[in-house]
Design a protein around this ligand. Structure first.
Ligand code: C2E
Ligand code: CA
Ligand code: CA
Ligand code: CA
Length: 278
């Protein structure tokens, strides 16, 4: 049922596509948007494909402008990161997740909340302070938080990144390696960073079943995760066939349009409650 609901929602939400490019006024526009609180969290469900239960969500940032249009990170994230505004934007979005998810997460302690960070977050201990400030003493426990570091971006200082990750883990937060198989880090990141969870990139999921190499790669990642004691999540799942293949390969957590696109808080909470009531 949630699978078909996903496509219906996608259809409804796919209507908003607004283009934005950084120009001369981008800097002022961004400062103003941050001041107005226009950067907000959307929530994409992560499902347990063995039990059909909700595992939690991934927080995906959106720019909601005063005219009601919603802009996706593909259009502003590079500017946000190179300008350095991403740090304040991330704090803002995390504070909103704390407010919006407090009740749901307090009532469902098994739910996880995944937040995306960028490479620059692992070059400064400030992120540890940010996490403590936002989630310490909140109704969302550190044990419910997962921070995603992407393999797409090179980490400037591996030793410092390792230290920051260890400090976060000491709080009870877990760290996931995102976009595994696509980028710089690969096995070195897995070995040296103390990663808890790996996220298999959509690229491999897309070809599951149609291309033997993809199946072998996913199979190998599952075995690697098992042997290293790490969790595994498949992303970008769009078809029932992919779900079947993932089950057969022993992957139990997945997210993708087949379940639901990233949703505004209220829709995600409604979905979580509907699933819990089943
Ligand atoms: P990501 O972390 O790899 O997030 C997954 C992206 O895939 C999201 O795009 C999501 O909407 C999309 N997606 C999910 N399921 C499916 C599916 O079944 N099919 C397809 N085609 N796409 C799917 P989105 O929300 O546009 O975000 C793009 C990227 O922007 C993210 O990729 C992440 O790298 C970055 N990003 C998003 N939010 C944040 C944030 O708060 N902080 C930082 N630093 N980066 C963020
Ligand atoms: Ca991610
Ligand atoms: Ca990803
Ligand atoms: Ca990806």
């Amino acid at each position: 049922a949630i699978a078909s609901a996903g496509f219906a929602l996608l259809f409804v939400m796919g209507g908003v596509w607004i283009s934005w490019r950084p120009d001369n006024e981008a800097e002022d526009e961004f400062v103003q948007a941050i001041r107005n609180g226009e950067f907000i969290p959307y929530y994409q469900p992560v499902m347990d494909i063995e039990t059909g239960k909700l595992r939690g969500c991934e927080v995906l940032m959106r720019w909601q402008r005063p005219d009601g249009s919603v802009i996706s990170p593909g259009q502003f994230m590079t500017f946000a990161e190179t300008s350095g505004h991403i740090f304040e934007m991330t704090r803002q979005v995390m504070r909103k997740t704390r407010a919006e998810m407090a009740d749901l997460y307090h009532e469902n302690p098994e739910l996880k909340l995944s937040v995306n960070l960028f490479a620059g977050h692992f070059e400064d201990r400030q992120i540890v302070e940010d996490i403590v400030q936002v989630y310490g003493d909140s109704r969302i426990a550190y044990q419910q938080i997962v921070l995603e570091v992407t393999e797409r971006q090179p980490l400037g200082n591996m030793d410092l990144a390792r230290k920051i990750i260890a400090e976060l883990q000491a709080l009870g937060v877990r760290v996931a390696l995102d976009d595994v198989g696509t980028g710089h880090g690969g096995l070195a990141y897995l070995q040296r960073l103390g990663i808890d969870i790996i996220k298999i990139d959509k690229m491999f999921i897309d070809y599951l079943g149609t291309d033997d190499n993809s199946t072998t790669i996913v199979d190998t990642l599952v075995e690697l995760a098992d042997n290293l004691g790490m969790g595994i999540i498949a992303e970008g799942v769009e078809t029932m066939e992919q779900i079947e293949r993932l089950r057969a390969l022993g992957v139990s957590a997945a997210q993708g349009y087949i379940f639901a696109p990233p949703l505004p808080a209220k829709l995600f909470i409604d979905l979580a409650k509907a699933l819990a009531a089943k």
